[in-house]
Design a protein around this ligand. Structure first.
Ligand code: SAM
Ligand code: SF4
Length: 333
């Protein structure tokens, strides 16, 4: 067993203690802001095995990472996810093991995930109207997702958070309904500004842009909000209502840059370590685990060497040609 090294830190003095791990680029939905309708997914030969995902995660934990979020693509479409969760759940030093899911398979998996050691869960939910939900996800069935949310609550997850991407003219009239849905179930909800990741033709991102401030004002008219300094270690800024335990979060990559507080890196399922959501700076960890299987020192050194690549901030632009050509399902949201 190697001795723990100094914690991860970038050239701007930011500590990295949070890893978002994409376990697949595949998904059973085709959300209009995340993917093109006709997506090409990676051949299996190019993706990390579960063992490699585990080895890389444990190297991060030895280097001081305290939180891992499993994401994708849709993490629950990957075979044997429970096995990975169980192994990661036992890593010494890992304080939080979370999952972001579209909820379509939670009905089946919520309970075993909890038993395997998952500590928190984020579920994406952009609409409470079945037809609209289908349009936004292209293939999703709202009733299955609602059953998944119930299953997560029944399984006893302490904090469940919904994530909603809000698009003008598509679901911005449902903001208060979504808040009420969360309040009724005593769960949290975050509203996300759409990011220009990948080229999409389905809508014009500039026209669909709905700022966190517009959303906050809509909610404020119905439920007075008080800013809170709570953090869950991610980019959400939280607000509280006086008469509910639910927190309302805003993730505002355009209108409220959060880069100075960034404590995260992402690993794509191709083994590319992305130092920033909105930049292409990356390091190839797959070649390290392919060439030197089981060599923890090499892996830790490759991770340490990548830290100076972390850029100071992202620059998202709302024009029609995204600077970042990878889609969110590749990035690991
Ligand atoms: N499939 C899972 C899900 O949908 O929750 C996990 C992966 S998904 C890429 C993670 C989160 O990214 C979701 O909440 C989704 O709404 C969000 N997302 C996807 N594309 C986005 C974009 N272009 N801008 C902002 N958020 C996006
Ligand atoms: Fe799939 Fe999640 Fe992307 Fe929707 S946001 S297409 S559910 S990966």
């Amino acid at each position: 067993m190697t001795e723990p090294t100094l914690p991860l830190q970038d050239d701007f003095g930011r500590r990295v203690d949070y890893l978002r791990l994409s376990v697949t680029d595949r998904c059973d939905f085709r959300c209009v802001y995340c993917m093109a309708e006709d997506m090409q997914f990676l051949p299996r030969s190019q993706i990390l095995s579960l063992e490699q995902l585990y080895d890389i995660s444990s190297a991060f934990v030895r280097l001081g990472v305290k939180k891992i979020r499993l994401t994708g693509g849709e993490p629950l479409v990957r075979n044997n996810m429970l096995q990975l969760v169980e192994q990661l759940g036992q890593l010494d030093g890992l304080e939080q093991l979370h999952l972001t899911t579209n909820g379509s398979r939670l009905d089946k998996f919520a309970k075993p995930l909890k038993a395997a050691g998952l500590s928190g869960i984020n579920i994406s939910l952009d609409s409470l109207q079945p037809e609209r939900f289908k349009q936004l996800t292209r293939t999703g069935d709202l009733h299955k997702v609602l059953a998944g949310i119930d299953a997560a609550r029944d399984a006893g997850f302490k904090r469940i958070k919904l994530n909603a991407v809000v698009l003008k003219g598509r679901n911005d009239d449902e903001v208060v309904d979504l808040v009420e849905f969360a309040r009724d179930r005593e769960i949290d909800i975050s509203f996300i500004e759409e990011m220009p990741l990948g080229q999409i033709d389905e809508h014009n991102r500039a026209l669909a842009f709905c700022s966190s401030e517009e959303i906050r004002q809509q909610i404020q008219q119905r439920y007075p909000l008080t800013a809170s300094d709570e953090t869950t270690g991610g980019p959400s800024r939280y607000y509280r209502m006086t008469d509910s335990t639910s927190r309302i979060g805003f993730i505002s990559p355009h209108s409220h840059n959060f880069c100075h507080l960034c404590n995260r890196v992402r690993l794509t399922v191709e083994g590319r370590l992305l130092l920033c959501l909105g930049n292409e700076h990356s390091a190839d960890l797959k070649s390290v685990v392919d060439q030197f299987p089981g060599n923890q020192k090499r892996l830790e050194q490759a991770i340490l060497d990548a830290m100076p690549l972390k850029p100071e901030r992202h620059h998202f632009d709302l024009d029609d040609s995204p600077q970042i050509v990878r889609f969110m399902n590749m990035t690991g949201g």
